[in-house]
Design a protein around this ligand. Structure first.
Ligand code: TMP
Length: 239
């Protein structure tokens, strides 16, 4: 059992702690919710528990399908043991349907299906508001090597096809999502951070109902209920 050491980092939704060995960290999920780069703040009751559990279920499925991840084991309702990585400062977004910032930026209607999944890179920098960057920027600004970037892009598309199929069987359309990658001390690329209703757009595949953080971002109400509904679907009703 890992021992929780000193706090290394506090983000908007999670805290990261050292353990007794430098190879592992403990992630602790909070109920705090922010949007628009921290301008909108609130909390979603029980969110940390849902996100911890759901993210770990997704990471296990992805591992079983050949995606290397930082996930080691669930420690408690809100805590998970992960491999220590240095996060690549790039937010990787995969989109199947047009929504959110893509709809806004390009004047497109939300819900339009793309002819194939696309990958976007955003520079992880709160002061700059996480700007959209190109594949070339990632390499030339030294955020990742060309080989790491290409691997990240290929892994992101593979994550998409695995999760898209899993979710569709549960009547959920995976519209888009954001993932992050890290490098372990040998330089290996691992999927890191979380995959949860905070970081994905999940739409009920029949009704189109939003089952994700857009309910908080857009003041739609029913936020906790949407997170609980997603948890039900992902676990197939099991506890
Ligand atoms: P976007 O349409 O606002 O660019 O969001 C794309 C996806 O990324 C969506 O599923 C929500 C997720 N996302 C995050 O996880 N963190 C963020 O800070 C933002 C802006 C989006």
């Amino acid at each position: 059992m890992a021992v929780k050491g000193k706090q290394l980092y506090e983000g908007k939704a999670k805290k990261v702690f050292a353990t007794e060995t430098p190879d592992y960290y403990i992630v602790d999920y909070k109920d705090d919710a922010t949007a628009f780069n921290g301008v909108k703040r609130g909390s979603i009751y029980g969110k940390g528990v849902v996100n911890n559990k759901m993210s770990n279920i997704f990471f296990e499925i992805l591992e079983q399908n050949g995606i290397p991840t930082h996930f080691v084991e669930t420690l408690s309702d809100r805590e998970t043991l992960v491999r220590a990585v240095t996060i690549v400062p790039v937010e990787v977004v995969v989109r199947n349907l047009v929504a959110g910032s893509m709809a806004k930026r390009l004047g497109l209607e939300e819900g339009m299906e793309l002819s194939r999944p696309i990958v976007e890179f955003y520079y992880k920098n709160d002061e700059l508001g996480d700007p959209l960057i190109t594949d070339d920027h990632v390499e030339v600004l030294g955020l990742a090597t060309a080989a790491q970037r290409d691997e990240i892009k290929a892994l992101a598309l593979k994550v998409n096809s695995i999760l898209k199929e899993f979710l569709l069987a549960r009547q959920v359309t995976l519209v888009d999502f954001k993932i992050e990658f890290g490098l372990d001390k040998t330089g290996r690329v691992l999927l890191a951070d979380e995959i949860s209703p905070d970081t994905c757009r999940f739409w009920d595949s029949t009704t189109g109902d939003k089952l994700d953080k857009d309910r908080f971002r857009r003041d739609l109400g029913g936020v906790e209920e949407a997170y609980a509904e997603m948890m039900q679907r992902v676990t197939g009703g099991a506890k």
